[in-house]
Design a protein around this ligand. Structure first.
Ligand code: F6P
Length: 341
């Protein structure tokens, strides 16, 4: 059995744990050969392959990033790339492909599956917004990093009597904002799921600074937006590839808050720090569990599915069920984030 493997989209800590698990389990239990494609779908289109065996995965468990490299590349969107992908798979005599990615990469995977290729997906994204799974690889590490940042910001915010905005990633969903906000005890949490009213935020800050403390921490997801019809006019600022321009919402909020309250207000954008460095034990374990489940699924003839965590069990969900959906933060979690201000 020859199994292709790629990591696509933004990197996350825990990818190497999944790669390692696939290679070890594949070789030892199923006698499989694992063929890696460098830089996501791009490597499949270009025929950029590397063989993956025990020497390549030695000591990678604690390492962040992905030993395969990654890229934001969609075979269906680039001219002729789908044909190139199919040609590489044929030339390399690949029986099935394991695709580790977030919504974009997994969406591409379902398109490749439509061409008759056997696929098993593994969800990874620090945004934790892949439908069908309670957790994606990388989320736990990102929340850990963001929580530590909030803890550190707190002491300097208090010393200087400042309002400090901490911007975290999360384009369509505020999982990092809500969970790091709760864990770090942020006074205000702003997430895409619940558009905010700047006047309400300002009222809350003024009340706190009058009654309880002279500093506040606001955790804001990069995709947070003001509610329609409220006082702040703002359109999410997008870059060349449709990505959110880091810092744009928080810089804008800084000006609005400073102007309306007179409080000394500053911004920290965590950015790619959230995606870097060593994975937490939880992400190493999740990556390992997903890796084993993915290669076992192929050996059992179960394909065009994604590994998922549901009620602490690893299950397989059809790829077609998750494509195009976003897993939003539930109301209860957002309520907890706001209730403890
Ligand atoms: O895909 C997850 C993510 O980390 C988002 O939260 C963020 O908006 C985006 O990637 C940043 O992408 P890039 O690394 O390509 O700038």
């Amino acid at each position: 059995m020859r199994v292709g493997l790629l990591t696509g989209g933004g990197d996350v800590p825990g990818l190497n744990a999944a790669i390692r698990a696939i290679v070890k389990r594949g070789e030892m239990e199923h006698g499989a050969s694992i063929i890696g494609f460098r830089n996501g779908w791009q490597g499949l289109a270009d025929g950029d392959v590397m063989s993956l065996s025990r020497p390549q995965i030695r000591n990678v468990l604690p390492l962040g990033g992905t030993l395969l490299g990654t890229a934001r590349f969609h075979p269906k969107k680039a001219d002729g790339s789908m044909d190139a992908v199919l040609a590489t798979l044929e030339a390399e005599r690949i029986d099935a492909v394991i695709v580790i990615g977030g919504d974009g990469t997994l969406h591409a995977a379902s398109k490749v599956a439509d061409e008759g290729i056997k696929i098993v997906g593994i969800p990874k994204t620090i945004d934790n917004d892949v439908w069908g799974t309670e957790r994606s690889i990388g989320f736990n590490t990102a929340v850990t990093i963001a929580t530590e940042a909030v803890d550190r910001i707190r002491t300097t915010a208090e010393s200087h009597n400042r309002v400090l905005l901490v911007e975290v990633m999360g384009r369509h969903a505020g999982w990092i904002a809500a969970t790091a906000g709760i864990a770090g005890g942020a006074e205000v949490v702003l997430a895409p799921e619940r558009p905010f009213d700047i006047e309400q935020v300002v009222r809350q800050l003024k009340h706190r600074h009058r009654a309880h403390a002279s500093f506040s921490i606001i955790v804001v997801a990069e995709g947070a937006v003001p509610a329609k019809g409220t006082a702040m006019q703002y359109e999410t600022e997008l870059g060349q590839f449709g990505e959110i321009v880091a810092g744009s919402v928080s810089e804008r909020l800084k000006c609005e808050i400073a102007e309306r309250t007179g409080f000394d207000t500053r911004v920290t954008v965590l950015g790619h720090v959230q995606r870097g460095g060593s994975p937490t034990p939880a992400d190493r374990i999740l990556g390992s569990r997903f890796g084993v489940a993915a290669i076992d699924a192929i050996a059992n003839g179960e394909t065009n599915v994604m590994t998922a965590l549901q009620a602490d069990e690893i299950v397989l969900v059809p790829l077609s069920e998750i494509a195009g959906k976003v897993k939003h933060v539930p109301t209860e979690l957002l309520d907890v984030a706001t209730a403890l201000a």
